[in-house]
Design a protein around this ligand. Structure first.
Ligand SMILES: N[C@@H](CCC(=O)N[C@@H](CS)C(=O)NCC(=O)O)C(=O)O
Length: 306
């Protein structure tokens, strides 16, 4: 069995980002399909309560959030790089925009247009995940109409970015910006071709997307959730790297609570074992699988001593 295990499901766009990064790096990986809605009883023993998709597992080390998952892939397989140093700042900024400004209107536009094709409990789950009232079908359709213009406007920006002839989103080399923009646009056609016309005016985007798609998904090997849990139970977490905290950070060994700062804010508790500018990791003991270390990116997560 491959060392890396991805917990994901087919129409998850953030999963597509990681599947494609695994392909770009030519990696083989265990593929565990998880439910698209809560509860996720075979995932949360690993994460301690984090329910978003995807999650990367390496033995008893669990990596949450695709921004950290891509960093971990880079650590394990540095070439070809996802982080060309000369493009670091624009790549990070574009990736942040794609996932925090571009994707939301696309998501509401696409999901509202494809309501009849989605799992019946999906809308209700996503509303509960955000602490919102469960909408009726007409409310979802209205949200789709409202979000079409901001989605369309920003798709135009991507075309404008490519207009100078650059081969990749942040410039002359592949970077995390390509993966972040790609998965947002991939979602437009993940369920149906009903909104394919939103991309047809932009052949440059189409050409770039087809080069991204050609990275493929590496070598997935189907794996059961039970096998993934057994793998974690039989493994010991890797010794954490040396930390490099900011002065404001709690000291290692503190009992902490971490949660997403935007949505799906389920808290995860444990002992702080690693903290630096990019990453926070906590050790926890699960009654079924024993000791695991759960890793989060720093940006986008709220850390407090309990
Ligand atoms: N910032 C997170 C966002 C992940 C995310 O929102 N994923 C969606 C699926 S594409 C999700 O978790 N939806 C709810 C679920 O799958 O339970 C990341 O980069 O991993």
């Amino acid at each position: 069995m491959p060392e890396l295990i991805l917990h994901h499901y087919d129409f998850s766009n953030y999963s597509e980002k990681v599947r494609l990064a695994l392909g770009y790096k030519g990696l083989s990986w265990g593929s565990v399909i998880i439910p698209p809605v809560a509860p996720k009883p075979d995932l949360t023993p690993l994460t301690g309560g984090y329910r978003r998709t995807p999650v990367l597992q390496a033995g008893a080390d669990i990596y949450c959030d695709t921004s950290l998952i891509l960093r971990e892939l880079e650590r394990r397989r540095p070439e070809p790089t996802l982080y060309p140093p000369a493009l670091d700042a624009p790549a990070r900024m574009i990736a942040y925009w794609a996932e925090h400004q571009l994707f939301r209107p696309i998501s509401l536009y696409v999901s509202g247009t494809n309501q009849d094709l989605l799992p019946p409990d999906l809308q209700a789950d996503r509303s509960r995940m955000r602490g919102l009232a469960v909408p009726d079908a007409e409310t979802v359709a209205r949200a789709a109409r409202r979000n079409a213009p901001p989605a369309r406007l920003q798709i135009g920006w991507i075309d404008a970015l490519l207009a100078d002839g650059r081969p990749w989103i942040a410039g002359g080399a592949v970077s995390i910006a390509d993966f972040a923009v790609y998965h947002a646009l991939w979602f437009i056609r993940a369920r149906s071709d009903r909104l394919a016309h939103e991309l047809t005016p932009y052949p440059r985007i189409g050409f770039w997307m087809s080069r991204m798609a050609s990275f493929g998904h590496g070598e997935p090997v189907a794996m059961s959730a039970a096998d993934a849990l057994n793998t974690a139970r039989d493994a010991t977490p890797a010794a954490p790297r040396a930390s490099s905290p900011f002065p404001e950070d709690p000291p290692l060994g503190t009992r902490v609570r971490i949660r997403a700062d935007d949505y799906a804010r389920d808290p995860i508790e444990g002992e702080l074992v690693l903290i630096d500018a990019e990453e926070i990791a906590i050790r926890r003991v699960d009654p079924a699988i024993g000791e695991v270390v759960v890793h989060f990116p720093r940006l986008g997560y709220d850390l407090r001593a309990v």
